[in-house]
Each structure stands twice: as structure tokens, then as C-alpha cells.
Design a binder for this molecule. Sequence first.
Ligand code: MN
Length: 206
Amino acid sequence: MAFQLPDLPYAYDALEPTIDEQTMRIHHTKHHQAYTDKLNAALDGTEWADQPIETTLADLDALPEDIRTVVRNNGGGFLNHGIFWTTMRPGGGEPTGALGEAITEHFGSFEAFKKEFEAKAAGQFGSGWAWLELRADGTLQVHGHANQDNPVMHGAHPVLGLDVWEHAYYLSYQNRRPDYAAAWWAVVNWDEADRRYRSYLAQESR
Ligand code: MN
């Protein structure tokens, strides 16, 4: 069983004008496909090919040293983009439900959370992601992680992430990463983020 590039849950032009069609098409069919292919090449025939990638990435030290970095980078890329596509949709909105309440509890307000998240996205040096993550102590926190690192590699659950690699925004925003981060709220799928948050809470309470 190989890892499969997931279909986008909307058309390539569905997130315009926030994210343009060409960026979405290249990002999905070239970048995400390449992470998927390289992950499969690295894990083919190993015991890690048949378990969820989250499980593998949460315990990278268990991997043989000669494939550890390639799995970190491409397994991270495979997982991160799968989360990214599903936590976006046309129309956006504001956080509701358990996640909405938790954001207010941990950040003071949605506005304060957005400010912290945008600052993390803008300030991430080089390529990486800004993440809203559920930590092991039950707190919601914003962190930046370099390259394709996912919060699971750092002992946390990924609730929502923004890709700040230049390939994610350069065609429309060029060097204006802060504008991209500020515009992104218009396409966040808060229902899916809330579903992710609640599923992690349920896991933790088992
Ligand atoms: Mn990307």
C-alpha cells in the first residue's frame, strides 16, 4: 500500500482571489505529488509503509538513519499539505464550536490569536509553516516549524497550518508574505479545524 496524493476537495480556482489557480495547481500536482513520490520511494518495502504517516513522524528516531531525513522532509510534506487542503474552503468564516471557545480561552480573543499567528507566519525565517497546535499539556499554542516539520515531530497535534514556503504564495504576493498571511483567513475551513481539534481531544482523553 502506497501513500496516495489526495484529491483537492474543491476546484483549483475555488480559493481565488486569496490563492490563485496556478499556484494551487502547481502546489498540488507538482509539490505535493513530489513529496508523495519521494516518501513512497523511501518507505517502499519497509514496515513504515503500512502505518499512518502521523505515527511514523511522531517517532522519527525509530527509522533507520539512512532514511530518517528523507522521511522527515517528504513525509512531513505529504502530511502537511493534506492538512492544508482540507482546512481551506471558499468563504472562510470564524472559529465556532469547541475550537472557537478554546481559542478565546488560550489567546484572549480571535483577533489576538490571528495577530500572533500572522506574526509567526511572517517571522518564520526561510521555508516553513505557522501552526496552531494542541500541546500535550492541553494548551493551544502557535508555533513556527521549519521546512516540512509537522507538530507531531514536536510532541503536539496539528490543528491548522499555513504554508509559508515561497511556492505557496509567490505568484500572487511576491515578497509580501505578511499580506498572504493576513489574506488567508478568508479561506480557512473552521469546521474542519474544529473537527481536527475535537478528534485530538478525544484521543487524549482515551
Ligand atoms: Mn507547500
